[in-house]
Ligand binder design. Structure first.
Ligand code: ZN
Length: 294
């Protein structure tokens, strides 16, 4: 049996070789610590495809490849990148077809599956937590707010842009929409709100009792609870995984309390949160698993 390759395009490009559900060699571009870091945003689509080809060549090291799955931050449907907030030049790219075609030159003639990177993360959690049959939902908390779901559903599933506020002043979302979850929780939004403070400084100030920061941290938790409550009311209760760099700011007690206030129907209660580390590895595994299963 050959390798399953997982690819991830977020702020960086990653490729990993997956056997069953364990991750082998992983490569990243630009490679951290290299002297002349290339800026991925300056690459055109051909250069981007060739960078992914190069990563795949390095992780497979000549071994046969059975499947390729690519998780991309943004809206990805039917193999096409419809929106890509981090790598804007990829918008409109038929990534599955283009990458599949390019890989033929390297002797890899397999269909390429493309999906949203948070959906890849959800699939990776399902595969590694013995939850392939269950519904897995995950919030990715970073510069933006991602929402992943396994099994993948038809549709956009951009729950990071759920409307959680009707206040017209909540306009800091990276997409430009008003009142979105990301307009409260995303790093970019926090910087725009506080202007001279980094997100970590805001959370630190809250711990020291700064009133404005305390109020914001409460809003941040209520926003995540609101996004989760919406998902509960649409998709039912269950386990919500939390991943990404900003999970360190989570106060589980506060988050659970807000969710309880927002979900009162008895048949919809009982959801819980679980933080998962190593989300990049899990997303690579999930992309590879989805590539193998279509
Ligand atoms: Zn938005």
């Amino acid at each position: 049996m050959g390798l399953r390759i997982g690819v991830l395009a977020t702020r960086y490009l990653w490729a990993g070789a997956v056997e069953a559900t364990s991750l082998g060699d992983v490569r990243c571009c630009p490679e951290p610590g290299t002297p002349d870091l290339i800026d991925l945003q300056s690459l055109n689509t051909d250069e981007m495809i060739s960078a992914v080809r190069g990563l795949i060549a390095r992780v497979r090291q000549g071994a046969p490849v059975d499947s390729v799955g690519a998780g991309i931050a943004g809206v990805v449907r039917n193999g096409i990148i419809e929106e890509s907030p981090n790598l804007g030049q990829l918008k409109g790219l038929a990534i599955a077809a283009r990458l599949g075609e390019a890989l033929k030159a390297d002797g890899i003639d397999v269909p390429v599956i493309a999906l949203n990177s948070a959906d890849a993360l959800a699939a990776g959690i399902a595969a590694t937590h013995g939850a392939m049959e269950k519904l897995v939902r995950v919030w990715y908390l970073g510069d933006g707010i991602g929402f992943g779901r396994y099994p993948r559903g038809e549709g956009a599933w951009e729950a990071g842009h759920s409307v959680v506020s009707l206040d017209p002043k909540e306009r800091y979302c990276g997409c430009g929409g008003v009142g979105h979850l990301e307009s409260i929780m995303g790093n970019r939004a926090i910087r725009l709100r506080f202007l001279d403070m980094e997100p970590e400084e805001v959370f630190l100030a809250a711990r020291h009792g700064d009133a404005r920061a305390v109020a914001f941290v409460r809003l941040w938790h209520r926003a995540l609870a609101a996004g989760t409550a919406t998902s509960v009311h649409l998709d039912g209760p269950g386990r919500f995984y939390l991943a990404g760099p900003n999970t360190g700011y989570i106060d589980a007690g506060q988050l659970g309390m807000h969710l309880q206030e927002m979900v009162k129907m008895s048949s919809l209660q009982g959801s819980l949160f679980e933080v998962v580390p190593n989300s990049h590895d899990l997303a690579l595994i999930g992309a590879a698993v989805c590539g193998a299963t279509g």
